[in-house]
Design a protein around this ligand. Structure first.
Ligand code: NAD
Length: 259
C-alpha cells in the first residue's frame, strides 16, 4: 500500500481574494473563508457594500482588506494586487466571482454596449485578475483559482446572449488555464451555479421563482449563496491538490434533469 500523506483540509492563514464580494455568493464566500481562518480580500464596484462586508468580517474577528474598484480595470486591479501582496505577504487563492446579467435581445440599439460590458466584467476581468495574481499564486504551495460561471455556461436561455457567451467563455477559460497553469502548480476550477437567491435574482417574484424551481430543479427550490460558497471552499483546500479543470454544477440538479 502506498504511504498515506497528511494533506490540509484547512485554509487557515491563507490569503484569498474574492471579487464581487459586496453581495450574494461573493459575500457568502468571503464570510465562509474568513470563518475558516483565511485572510480575506473583498473586492467590489459597490464601495459602501464592500466596506459593510469588510466591517462584518472584522466584527467577527476576521482579517480583511477591502477594495472598491471595477474588476475589468486592469490598472486598478494591478494596484490592489500589489497592496494585498505587501500587506499579507502573498496570495494563495483567487475567486473570480463578480458578474452582471443584463437582458440583451439582438434588436436593441445598445446591444453592442451590453455585449462589451458583459464580456468585460464576466470574462475578460477573470484573465486580468489571473495575470495580476499569477506570480503570487505560483509562489504559494497551494495556488488555487476558482471561476464562477453559471449553468448558462453549459446550456442557454434566449435574450441574454452576451451573458451566455461570457459564461461559456468562463468554462473554456477554466479548462485552458488548467492546462497552462497545471505545470506551474496552480489548480483552476469552475463552478456553475444554478438559480440562487442573490442580488442578481432578487427582482424575480417569488411566485415565478417557485414555478421555475418546481418545473426545472430536482431539489424543487432556489439555492442559497452559502451552498455555492461551500463548493468553492472545497476546490481551494490544499487537500484538493489533484482537482483541476473541473466544472462543477451547483444547481440542485437542473443540468441533469432531462424531462
Ligand atoms: P449579486 O448581484 O448579488 O453579486 C454580484 C456582485 O458583483 C455585486 O456586489 C456587484 O456590485 C459586483 N460587481 C458587478 N460588476 C462589477 C464590477 N465591474 N467590478 C466589481 N464588482 C462588480 O449576484 P450573484 O448572483 O451573487 O453573482 C455572483 C456570480 O454568480 C456572478 O458571476 C453571476 O453571474 C453568477 N451566477 C449567479 C446566479 C444566480 O442565480 N444568482 C446563477 C449562476 C451564476
Amino acid at each position: 500500500m502506498s504511504r498515506l500523506t497528511q494533506r490540509s483540509r484547512s485554509i487557515a492563514g491563507r490569503t484569498a481574494i474574492v471579487t464581487g464580494a459586496a453581495s450574494g455568493m461573493g459575500r457568502a464566500t468571503a464570510h465562509l473563508f474568513a470563518d475558516e481562518g483565511a485572510r480575506v480580500v473583498v473586492v467590489d464596484l459597490n464601495a459602501e457594500g464592500v466596506e459593510a462586508v469588510a466591517a462584518e468580517i472584522r466584527a467577527a474577528g476576521g482579517e480583511v482588506l477591502a477594495f472598491a474598484l471595477d474588476v475589468s480595470d486592469a490598472a486598478a486591479v494591478a494596484d490592489a494586487v500589489a497592496q494585498v501582496a505587501t500587506t499579507f505577504g502573498g496570495i494563495d487563492i483567487l475567486v473570480n466571482n463578480a458578474g452582471i446579467s443584463v437582458p440583451a435581445p439582438l434588436q436593441l440599439d445598445d446591444f453592442e454596449e451590453r455585449w462589451d460590458r458583459t464580456l468585460a466584467v464576466n470574462l475578460t476581468a477573470h484573465v486580468i485578475w489571473v495575470r495580476a495574481c499569477l506570480t503570487h499564486l505560483e509562489q504559494s504551495d497551494a495556488g488555487r483559482i476558482v471561476n464562477i460561471a453559471s449553468t448558462e455556461g453549459l446550456g442557454a436561455t434566449a435574450m441574454i446572449s452576451p451573458y451566455t457567451a461570457s459564461k461559456h467563455g468562463v468554462v473554456g477559460l477554466t479548462r485552458s488555464l488548467a492546462m497552462e497553469l497545471g505545470p506551474r502548480g496552480i489548480t483552476v476550477n469552475c463552478i456553475c451555479p444554478g438559480p440562487i437567491h442573490t442580488g442578481m435574482t432578487q427582482d424575480i417574484p417569488d411566485e415565478a421563482k417557485n414555478k421555475f424551481a418546481r418545473r426545472r430543479v430536482p431539489l424543487r427550490r432556489y439555492g442559497d449563496p452559502e451552498e455555492v460558497a461551500h463548493g468553492t471552499l472545497s476546490f481551494v483546500l490544499p487537500a484538493s491538490s489533484f482537482i483541476t479543470g473541473a466544472v462543477l454544477p451547483v444547481d440542485g440538479g437542473l443540468t441533469v434533469q432531462n424531462t
